[in-house]
Design a protein around this ligand. Structure first.
Ligand SMILES: N[C@@H](CCC(=O)N[C@@H](CS)C(=O)NCC(=O)O)C(=O)O
Length: 238
């Protein structure tokens, strides 16, 4: 049997789940290579040839002369075009979808990522920075409020349909506990979480890069906190 077109390199992180969600929702076959951060596999010279940023996720399309794509938003966009799914074609709908995809890539992801970093990694390593924590927690809350307002009169983020914008935003926004950001009063966002949580392929995708726990659920368990801080300790000291 021929190998699937798509070879995905990923791990169980917010950005790492996105292409898994797409491929599971689309029902397309793929090979998956788990990238082990503990062994710094994402910095290996061979991997850097695929992803010059040394991070996950990355895909290689064997049916397109082993074309490599990095950056999770670009990966979703590429997969959507290749399989003609979850990215509407009309110019307004398409633009709306890409706007909300960019909002996740440029806003929700970076701000929540820093809120998590300063509270979950820097602080346990003796680098408590209240000014930074407040900045990123407040900014995350503001961005989640933008999502909440957007969702007050619609089921999905863009184009009145389930798209790559929802797939990109869910793993981040849903990890608000891990970012220690309250969603009190954000009922429309909560209802969207319920709709996303109820999608069987989304739930399946979250179990696929198995080797590390998800960033929510048992987020406050002490062992997990220590283990996670240790995984990044060398970066914090640097
Ligand atoms: N903008 C990039 C960010 C990728 C990213 O930061 N990936 C993280 C996991 S969510 C990673 O690989 N971390 C390992 C490292 O920093 O070495 C994307 O969306 O793909």
């Amino acid at each position: 049997m021929a190998a699937p077109d798509i070879h995905l390199y990923t791990a169980a992180t917010m950005n790492g789940y996105k292409p898994v969600i797409f491929l599971e929702e689309a029902g397309e076959p793929y090979d998956l290579t788990f990238i082990d951060f503990a062994r710094k596999e994402q910095k290996a010279p061979e991997y850097l040839k695929l992803n010059p940023n040394g991070r996950i996720p990355t895909i290689v399309d064997r049916a397109n002369q082993d074309f490599a794509v990095f950056e999770s938003g670009a990966i979703l966009w590429y997969l959507a075009e290749k399989f003609d799914k979850f990215l509407p074609t009309g110019p307004r709908d398409r633009s709306e979808t890409l706007q909300w995809l960019m909002f996740q890539m440029g806003g929700i992801g970076p701000m929540m990522g820093q809120a998590m970093y300063f509270q979950r990694i820097a602080a346990p390593n003796g680098q408590e920075e209240p000014f930074s924590i407040n900045r990123y927690v407040d900014e995350t809350r503001r961005l989640l409020e933008v999502l909440n307002t957007r969702l007050q009169d619609r089921e999905w983020l863009a184009a009145d349909q389930y798209t790559i914008a929802d797939m990109a935003t869910y793993p981040w926004a849903r990890a608000y506990v891990w970012a220690k950001v309250s969603i009190d009063g954000l009922d429309h966002l909560g209802a969207w979480f319920d709709r996303m949580d109820a999608r069987p392929m989304v739930q399946k995708a979250l179990t696929i890069p198995k080797e590390q726990p998800a960033f929510w659920g048992k987020a406050d368990e002490i062992e997990f906190l220590k283990e996670n801080a240790a995984r990044f300790a060398s970066d914090v000291r640097a």
